[in-house]
Design a binder for this molecule. Structure first.
Ligand code: ADP
Length: 461
């Protein structure tokens, strides 16, 4: 097992990794930027190393500085968390070249699953369901037109190297296709240095259901059931729950098994998430594979009792999976609300600054993963998520009631947060009855905007 790991991240996920490492009796080294010098999580690390100024491009994204920090602090492994360098195969390769274990997949497995087309080809072999569409990048518009006709409009043009929703265009008719391909390719080239694009069937009004999987270095792979992340705003997840409500368990079990088969085929060691869209008939279509720990991993931990971050560390150290598929049991229902320092009444404008009151809820089945405390100043440089509120209860109904109570206990001021919006969603019939699709929250917010006078729309319950 490792004796020291370096955490190439910040905030709540850095804290989460410190907690897992401590339970495994592993020391931690945190790198931090000048903007994070007062980060409360740094107090829990055994060592901290400043790696540059606030902008991530000068600190958390600087491979050279992170590797130097690992070398001077004698770290034998690096946990990348999520975001920043977590899905950068070059970083994983540099770690390997420097004999530092990357806590995640090999650069080869990461590249294979990170490229959306090679991932689609591998999924086909593993019988993981995918959208009808290309298996190769589009070379000429004529071939794309033929394929689009075959699969039927609407189709979506996507970047092979895609991420963050860039390089995507929804196309409703042949007349728009050639222009959409050209503009998506241009955007992809600028964003990823790779202009290759492909097309697949576009599915409107779907639900987002994803499967958590774990693989080890000995050829074992298991799934840990699913999460439903349908409550989104601008493709950003806001609320996640596990298991997915109103789902056909047979179809779910089949797709979960195929997700484990996919990562086994890719020789994948570590935690990954296979993301799907699910239609009204509970048919699944793979979107992509995320080759890292996800923000929403705690809800899977709550329903399975498995500590995903500890498992990732053990896997990287070469241990076989601690669980067989038959040991993974689903228990109860968990919901996570992302607490963002944003003002939902002002277009979700970020709210950096000093946190005054910070009162977190408690009680059975309530978990708060947050690096924030009263007196902490939220820097403007990074993501606005300041914590996650997670509840676990025997049924979905109980979990919703528990979440309502926990949200009403949670007090953060004077900065505005997403708490009042979550309180409202927990009473919204579309959420309460799980009659939702990816667009429902946007439609709700749009309706509010239309009805808004100059009074506040979202009020605390
Ligand atoms: P990225 O890697 O850029 O985030 P994804 O493949 O994960 O791209 O897709 C991002 C979002 O775009 C999805 O969550 C979904 O809302 C939408 N999307 C992508 N592909 C499709 C599709 N075939 N049909 C419907 N929506 C899609």
């Amino acid at each position: 097992m490792f004796s020291r790991i370096l955490i190439a991240n910040r905030g709540e996920i850095a804290l989460r990794i410190i907690r897992a490492a401590r339970e495994l009796d592993i020391e931690t080294v945190c790198v931090y930027s000048e903007a994070d010098a007062d980060g409360p999580w740094l107090e829990l690390a055994d060592e901290k190393v400043c790696i540059g100024p606030g902008p991530a491009t000068e600190s958390y994204l600087r491979i050279d500085r992170i590797i130097s920090a690992a070398e001077i602090s004698n770290a034998d492994a690096i946990h990348p968390g999520y975001g920043f360098l977590a899905e950068n195969a070059h970083f994983a390769e540099v770690c390997r070249d420097c004999h530092i274990e990357f806590i995640g997949p090999s650069p080869e497995a990461m590249a294979l699953l990170g490229d959306k087309l090679s991932c689609r080809r591998m999924a086909k072999e593993a019988k993981t369901p995918i959208f009808p569409g290309s298996t190769k990048p589009i070379e000429e518009a004529a071939a794309a037109i033929k394929l689009a006709e075959k699969i039927g409009y609407p189709v979506i043009v996507k970047a092979v190297a895609g991420g963050g929703g860039r390089g995507m265009r929804i196309v409703h008719s042949e007349a728009e296709l050639a222009t959409a391909i050209a503009s998506a390719a241009q955007e992809a080239a600028a964003a990823f240095g790779n202009g290759a694009v492909y097309i697949e069937k576009f599915l409107p009004n779907a639900r987002h259901v994803e499967i958590q999987v774990l693989g080890d270095k000995h050829g074992n792979a298991i799934h840990l059931f699913e999460r439903d992340c349908t409550t989104q705003r601008r493709h950003q997840k806001l609320i996640e729950e596990a298991p997915a409500p109103n789902i056909d368990p047979k179809k779910r079990d089949a797709v979960a098994k195929s997700a484990a088969d996919l990562i086994r085929k890719a020789n994948y060691a570590g935690a990954a998430t296979v993301e799907f869209l699910m239609d009204d008939d509970h048919k699944f279509y793979m979107l992509e594979v995320n080759t890292r720990i996800q923000v929403e991993h705690p809800i899977t931990e709550m329903i399975t009792g498995i500590d995903l971050v500890k498992e990732m560390i053990r896997i990287a150290a070469g241990e076989p999976l601690s669980y067989k598929q038959k040991d993974v049991k689903l228990r109860g229902h968990a919901i996570e609300c992302r607490i963002n320092a944003e003002d939902p009444n002002k277009g979700f404008m970020p709210q950096p600054g000093l946190v005054g009151e910070f009162i977190i809820p408690g009680g059975p089945g309530v978990r708060v993963d947050s690096h924030v405390r009263s007196g902490y100043c939220i820097p403007p440089n990074y993501d606005s998520m300041i914590g996650k509120l997670i509840v676990h209860a025997p049924t979905r109904e109980d979990a919703i009631v528990k979440m309502r109570g926990a949200l009403s206990e949670m007090k953060i001021s004077p900065i505005k947060t997403t708490i009042p919006l979550h309180q409202r969603i927990m009473h919204e019939p579309a959420f309460v009855n799980a009659l939702y699709d990816i667009g429902y929250l946007e439609r709700l917010l749009e309706k509010d905007a239309l009805q808004a006078t100059d009074s506040l729309v979202i009020t605390e319950h």
